[in-house]
Design a binder for this molecule. Structure first.
Ligand code: CDP
Length: 205
């Protein structure tokens, strides 16, 4: 590919597989990848340590994105609580937009990439799956990483975040009008990645 900017927006509900698909898509096209959920998780983690949400968002630095507990359900919940605050979202906007327009192409995954951060993205995908399937995958991921957690707790986290993310006034979770939806409930990872790559190739044609 040339050095022109090309933005791929990948949105969807909690634990839909956005991260895995985004990494594979970025590797396929030779693009850089930004997991925007990690920005909110880093802010959420700082808030659990006692910082004000807006201050945490304004002071976000690379080392805050490397905390080992960022993937925990407690941090995820804190992330979705700070994510309803318009000023927090505004503080994270410029970084995401400049990443999206970098030369050589970029893949961003999150909740509002196709709707708010990059409404002009060249390709938009909305990845979804049933709540039960998403919770099952996240449960296996967390248990694989050594977490002591039940399936019911993971399902409750997923459902609670989805509701908060969908119902918020600012940048709610929803597919962009021009997004291609991929339901991965019955797809394995190879099939989901292949479907995403096909949808992006269609937009490039
Ligand atoms: O990995 P998972 O899908 O469970 O969550 P995530 O993508 O890491 O996002 C964590 C939380 O950050 C979400 O529940 C959202 O509340 C928030 N978020 C957001 O509001 N906007 C984004 N672009 C990305 C994440």
């Amino acid at each position: 590919m040339s050095d022109a900017a090309f933005t791929i927006a990948i949105d969807g509900p909690a634990a839909a597989g956005k991260g895995t698909i985004s990494k594979a898509v970025a590797a396929h096209f030779g693009f850089r990848h930004l997991d925007t959920g990690l920005l909110y998780r880093a802010v959420g983690a700082q808030v659990l340590l006692g910082m004000e949400p807006l201050q945490a968002a304004q002071r976000l630095s690379a080392d805050m994105l490397e905390g080992s507990n960022l993937r925990s359900p407690e941090v995820a919940q804190s992330a979705s609580r700070v994510a309803v605050i318009p000023e927090v979202r505004a503080a994270l906007l410029d970084f995401q937009r400049s990443f999206a327009r970098r030369a050589g192409g970029a893949v961003l995954d999150g909740r509002d990439i196709g709707t708010v951060i990059c409404p002009d993205a060249e390709a938009k995908i909305f990845v979804t799956a049933s709540a039960d399937v998403r919770a099952r995958r996240r449960f296996e991921e967390l248990v694989g990483a050594g977490a002591a957690i039940s399936f019911e707790q993971v399902l409750a986290d997923v459902l609670e975040r989805d509701a908060r993310d969908r119902d918020r006034a600012e940048a709610p979770l929803k597919p962009a009008a021009d997004a291609v939806t991929i339901d991965t409930s019955t797809l394995d990872i190879e099939a989901a990645v292949a479907a995403a790559i096909r949808a992006i190739e269609d937009r490039r044609a």
